[in-house]
Write a protein that binds this ligand. Structure first.
Ligand code: HEM
Length: 559
């Protein structure tokens, strides 16, 4: 092709692309404008050029710079108490979404209609997970994989993991003990290392000793999540991001696939390899793959080797578990410590429960738990503290795709068409909806122990940190066991006190000249959300700000 023709072809292609973009943008905004005129609830400040993107900016500016975007959504929700849902036109950066905090509508979305997940729920975590996984699958593909992976996460299988989790938490305790009286630590970092160790064992049966040292897999994983954001364009548009994430993704894939081949070999030749009983997620999924001719094997024959598409998808699933099992649980552990540090009466009652269930000898609890994991079920107040922490600091949102012919009933009776929109359930707002929750912003574990009829009794369907329905979080039993074990083995030994004031002073001293000038001209920024310095910040999921700097002290005999 002559150079002139080539340039002309490029110009035509570019002009067609621009025309298509302008036309679809016009069509999109025209539809929103029409809905706006019809009274579809949405922020009043909307424009043909920017949709509602400037509104988000206005709200995020009222929060600390690293506050999670869900906190801005929660603030916005206060303007929509009549409908308990509203539309945000975020095109072209993100599909326009109906933000929902009405518990009754949530039951329709996840339970009654079980709406599909939108493509964005997979795309948003693709750099972390690598490709198709449970989170992005829908229909029969999701069903097949979910039933293959369910056994590994069943409540009964989780009991098999209790002794190992206890061992990991004991290392966590040793580290806290070494830190006591020794300066500020990042509790989020300690908890992240613990939960990574646990999830590696639960999914791959691998001992990585990450709390004490380095390991190639969590290091690669940590690099990927540090280069990840669900919304921050400073990270998302960094040209180096895909290179760093692909390189580290390949490191993880190679590791997971080696483990997969090893388990497959052990399973095919149990006598030769002296294989132990299978408890890990990967072993149980392989067992179903080898044994279950109906779904994964060919013609009912036991497969002799793993096929490529199975290997690739199972690798993505494992990467998903490593991410979800680590990020959400570690932040919840840090927030649970935070809540107990602020509510001494709850901490006292928690300790009392542990005295009753495990006896006065604090050092004996680990052994008792390993011998009899069902003791966990007797710790009802401990569970109540975990539930209340998850109510106030839920780490995950729920996203679904609207469908033709499906309309959401708003609180005021309006019917809102969902076709073409994503639906985002912001758990923070559902969990603190003052219409249905009594004293919504207070940490009150006792609400989980009172009976129906009591004013604190939790309203139906308004508590959904793991969401409800067939797509409920697969990791719920693991999470609850793990955090309960952490509290049982730490609460009577350590006092954890937030050290934000000291931390902020240290950061102030480290400021360079330009930073000081900038602060002198525009003033100190906001660093709390509703008075909470440990607000949910942006680090892949919703972690406590600045990694929860704190000091650890040993509990004295008088306490
Ligand atoms: C505090 C801890 C956790 C919270 C609050 C949480 C929350 C959630 C939520 C809200 C969903 C969406 C459900 C829906 O769309 O209906 C979900 C799904 C999921 N979670 Fe979790 N999660 C946690 C821990 C874990 C752990 C430990 C794992 C795995 C090791 C895990 C794996 C998953 C998976 C695979 C899904 C997708 C399930 C499906 O679509 O079938 N999560 N989680």
């Amino acid at each position: 092709m002559a150079p002139n023709n080539f340039l002309a072809a490029i110009a035509i292609l570019a002009a067609t692309g621009v025309a298509y973009f302008v036309l679809s943008g016009y069509r999109h905004r025209a539809r929103i404008n029409e809905l706006r005129k019809q009274g579809f609830p949405m922020p009043a400040e909307w424009s043909w050029w920017f949709g509602h993107n400037l509104v988000i900016f206005r709200y995020t500016k009222r929060l600390p710079p690293l506050a999670n975007v869900v906190l801005a959504m929660q603030e916005m929700s206060q303007e929509f108490t009549e409908t308990e849902m509203f539309l945000m036109d975020m095109w072209p950066g993100y599909p326009s979404s109906i933000i929902v905090f009405n518990p009754e509508a949530c039951t329709l979305i996840s339970q009654k209609w079980n709406l599909p997940r939108p493509p964005q729920s997979g795309e948003a975590i693709k750099p972390i997970v690598g490709g198709q996984s449970l989170v992005s699958m829908n229909g029969s593909q999701w069903k097949t994989w979910r039933s293959l992976l369910n056994p590994g996460f069943s409540a009964s299988n989780m009991m098999n993991h209790v002794p190992f989790i206890v061992d990991c938490v004991q290392v966590f305790c040793d580290k806290l003990r070494e830190s006591s009286g020794n300066g500020i630590i990042s509790l989020d970092d300690f908890a992240t290392r613990l939960t990574f160790e646990v999830i590696m064992k639960v999914t791959l049966d691998a001992d990585v000793n990450y709390q004490r040292g380095k390991h190639i897999l969590p290091t690669a994983f940590d690099t990927i999540t540090k280069w990840h954001s669900f919304w921050d364009v400073r990270i998302l548009w960094n040209p180096l991001r895909p290179i760093v994430q692909t390189y580290n993704g390949n490191v993880i894939n190679r590791y997971v696939q080696r483990e997969l081949e090893k388990s497959f070999l052990e399973m095919k030749n149990p006598k030769q390899t002296n294989a132990k009983p299978a408890h890990s997620v990967i072993s149980l999924a392989l067992e179903a793959y080898i044994g279950g001719g109906q779904e994964m094997g060919k013609d009912g024959q036991k497969p002799q080797k793993l096929d490529k598409s199975f290997i690739d998808t199972v690798t993505n699933q494992i990467r998903l578990f490593l991410f979800a099992g680590n990020d959400t649980t570690s932040s919840t552990i840090a927030f649970a410590f935070h809540m107990l540090s602020q509510h001494v009466e709850a901490l006292a009652r928690l300790r009392q429960e542990h005295d009753i269930v495990f006896g006065d000898d604090v050092s004996g609890a680990a052994h008792l738990l390993k011998e009899n994991p069902t003791l966990l079920n007797q710790c009802t107040y401990t569970l109540a503290c975990v539930k209340e922490t998850l109510r106030l600091y839920p780490p995950a949102a729920n996203m679904r795709r609207g469908q033709p012919g499906i309309s959401l009933p708003a609180l005021n009776g309006q019917l809102l068409p969902t076709e073409g929109f994503n639906i985002v359930v912001v758990q923070q707002t559902v969990h603190q909806n003052p219409r249905v929750w009594v004293r919504p912003r207070e940490f009150l574990p006792e609400r989980w122990l009172v009976g129906p009829g009591h004013e604190l009794y939790p309203p139906q369907n308004a508590y959904r940190p793991f969401d409800i329905g067939s797509r409920t979080c697969i990791g719920q039993p693991l999470t609850l066991n793990e955090i309960k074990i952490v509290l049982i083995l730490t609460a009577r030994t350590f006092n954890v006190k937030p050290a934000y004031e000291e931390w902020d002073r240290l950061q102030e001293q480290k400021r360079g000249i330009w930073e000081r000038v900038a602060i002198w001209t525009r003033g100190e920024g906001i660093n709390t959300v509703h008075g909470d310095r440990a607000y949910q910040s942006e680090k892949a999921g919703t972690h406590p700000s600045d990694g929860y700097p704190c000091r650890v002290e040993l509990v004295t005999q008088e306490e």
